[in-house]
Design a protein around this ligand. Structure first.
Ligand code: G6P
Length: 614
């Protein structure tokens, strides 16, 4: 949510910032801006509403020479998307420029106090309050920028990642973080700064992840300096970046989303590599192995997550209850943090997050830890905040996911939850060796089966044309197919802006059935499983009301296929693995409907990939 880039050094500052903003555009794209400091110490700020390309157009005839710069792509929180509200923001005397990611919760109180002291504000943002506050402290206390930043940050409540430039300091950037990610790339006589490592990867592999409550001082020609909010020098831990540029490009696909859908055979293979071993007889998850007693003795598991990750979590409930016989609750992290959670010290909290940065999930983790629960993380982004905050965990290892609508991360999360349930089920003696081997063998086949499902691509593209007219969709499933239905509906909503509801198929008769008519298609997820006969009845109920039906069924199906208007056949797998297979056609269907409607699938309106605000 909002992306920050910074650079100080001898390269072309503007080019690095713009390229970096493009990489971070998935975090927000309603306005963008740059602050460039010339070697002579002059500060120039350029901003434009809309995507980074608008900013580039705006900057065409501007003075772009610089020795340091900071830039920002915004996802609006305080104040509408506009040129004025875009970052960077100037301080009153124009000597400071600041970009900010996060929210300053006490901005109103601070703003009122600053107005009393004669400050005038040009925007509605909480960010401008911060830059004015820093300036006010700097002038009043006659102190350095670093001291003023530290003092100001000690006064603000909320979350932030910031970067500041000061007029007449052409070779310096000051940055800081609390609850919003920030990473520094270290080059030769130069520093890169960004919300994640993607803008940095082509210049250096040496990175430092700034920790909560740290202020970074980047001065050309000097070593990196990290200070705490109490003005104590902090240790610098340099990490090696495990990321390649090709992972960040579209690789011949028209959109990242399509690339990521088609990557799933490989990403699932990467996810199970070294974890499903001995031909499927053994499941090895270090996070579980290292904490055997905790998993053996757990009385309850609570899963916290948001969005698509929450849907994966719901599948986790079905998997863990079936394979481990442990009660599982699944909570939206945003609700969990405020619903007075009752936790015991033999509870395990599993936090699921692709980005590893979602603010609500991070807060839920902190609450769980305060209550003494053991917290296990399932994340994709190595080195992100959630893996660092949790007691143990597993990476899904599906590579960078850039399309805002999550696809390969979802199947990676479901795969990790499947392996986790098997591991823990075996550990607790609920799952027999034979059962583990039976499922384990099938897991090894999943990547190839997903490849086969992807062969439906052309059929789904054709099918999508028939249904692009629809204003509403119903997605129905039972058992493991119910969370899959929720996820299918979410995918369609996110990128095509068609209203879609996921429902447990049997629950439909208690309400949504009233919506069904010839205009409202239903997507029914009905692979062969122990609820198959039951869902046949639900399909009949839709048909009887004149609704059209797209059914996702197992190969060889001969009941639902006869009733549905359109059928997509997928390979048969054990029931617990069906979501890994049936979710793929749903991803493609959403993609093509959105394309037919001319929507920007990689950057859907109002959404952002990484939600670092509450
Ligand atoms: C945003 C994204 C979703 C994602 C959700 C949770 O809403 O657009 O795709 O599922 O955040 O993100 P996380 O990184 O925690 O999985």
């Amino acid at each position: 949510m909002c992306g920050i880039v910074g650079y100080v050094g001898d390269r072309n500052v503007y080019d690095i910032l713009i390229k970096g903003l493009h990489r971070l555009e998935y975090r927000g794209y309603d306005s963008a801006g740059v602050a460039l400091e010339t070697p002579e110490g002059k500060l120039n700020i350029y901003k434009a509403r809309g995507k980074v390309s608008n900013l580039e157009d705006f900057c065409k005839d501007k003075d772009l020479h610089a020795s340091a710069g900071i830039a920002h792509t915004r996802w609006a929180t305080h104040g509408e998307p506009s040129d004025n509200n875009a970052h960077p923001h100037y301080s009153q005397d124009g000597r400071l420029a600041l970009v900010h990611n996060g929210t300053i919760e006490n901005y109103k109180v601070l703003k009122d106090a600053l107005i009393e002291h004669g400050c005038e504000f040009k925007s509605e943002t909480d960010t401008e309050v911060l830059v004015q506050l820093i300036e006010y402290i700097k002038i009043t206390n006659k102190c350095s920028l670093i001291d003023a930043v530290r003092e100001a940050l000690n006064q603000v409540q909320g979350a932030y990642a910031i970067a500041v430039l000061e007029k007449d300091h052409p070779h310096e950037i000051i940055a800081a973080r609390k609850s919003s990610p920030l990473v520094i790339g270290i080059g030769k006589d130069e520093f890169f700064l960004a919300s994640d490592a993607t803008p940095i990867v082509e210049y250096t592999k040496e990175v430092v992840y700034v920790k909560d409550g740290e202020i970074a001082v980047m001065r050309k020609g000097e070593g990196l300096k990290l200070l705490t909010l109490d003005n104590v020098e902090a240790q610098i831990d340099v990490a090696e970046l495990q990321l390649s540029i090709s992972q960040l490009e579209k690789g011949g696909y028209p959109h990242f989303m399509l690339k990521e859908i088609f990557q799933q055979p490989e990403t699932l293979l990467d996810c199970i590599r070294g974890r499903v071993v001995d031909g499927g007889k053994t499941i090895k998850l270090n996070g579980v192995e290292d904490n055997q007693e905790v998993f053996k003795n757990a009385r309850r598991i609570i899963i916290v997550a948001c969005g698509t990750s929450w849907h994966a979590g719901l599948l986790g409930k079905y998997l863990i209850q079936e394979m481990c016989n442990i009660p599982v609750e699944v909570e939206y992290a945003s609700e969990f943090r405020y619903n007075h959670p009752v936790l015991f010290d033999d509870d395990i909290v599993i936090a699921i997050s692709q980005s590893g940065e979602t603010a609500d999930t991070l807060e839920a983790i902190k609450i769980a830890k305060r209550h003494g629960a053991f917290v296990y993380g399932i994340s994709n982004v190595v080195g992100s905040s959630i893996p660092r905050e949790t007691d143990s965990g597993t990476y899904i290892h599906v590579g960078p996911e850039i399309g805002v609508a999550s696809t390969k991360a979802f199947t990676g999360q479901v795969m990790v939850l499947t392996m986790l349930a098997m591991c823990v089920g075996r550990l607790r003696g609920v799952l027999s060796e034979e059962k583990v081997e039976e499922i384990g063998k099938c897991i090894l086949e999943v990547p190839e089966l997903v490849k086969k499902v992807l062969e439906l691509n052309k059929d789904i593209e054709r099918l999508s044309a028939i249904y692009t007219y629809a204003k509403n969709f119903l997605y129905l499933g039972r058992g493991y197919s119910y969370p899959t239905a929720l996820e299918g509906a979410l995918k369609l909503k996110e990128i095509s802006y068609i209203h879609a509801e996921g429902y447990p198929a049997a629950e439909m008769k208690h309400g949504p059935i009233a919506l069904i008519d010839a205009e409202m298609p239903s997507v029914i997820i009905a692979p062969y499983d122990h609820l198959y006969e039951k869902i046949v009845n639900n399909v009949q109920q839709v048909k009887a009301r004149g609704g059209s039906i797209i059914a996702i069924v197992s190969e060889g199906d001969n009941e639902i296929s006869k009733i549905a208007d359109h059928v997509l056949e997928v390979p048969r797998v054990p029931e617990c693995l069906t979501p890994l297979i049936t979710s793929i056609p749903l991803q493609l269907l959403s993609y093509y409907i959105a394309i037919n409607k001319g929507k920007d699938v990689d950057m859907p309106r109002n959404l952002a990939k990484s939600v670092t605000v509450e």
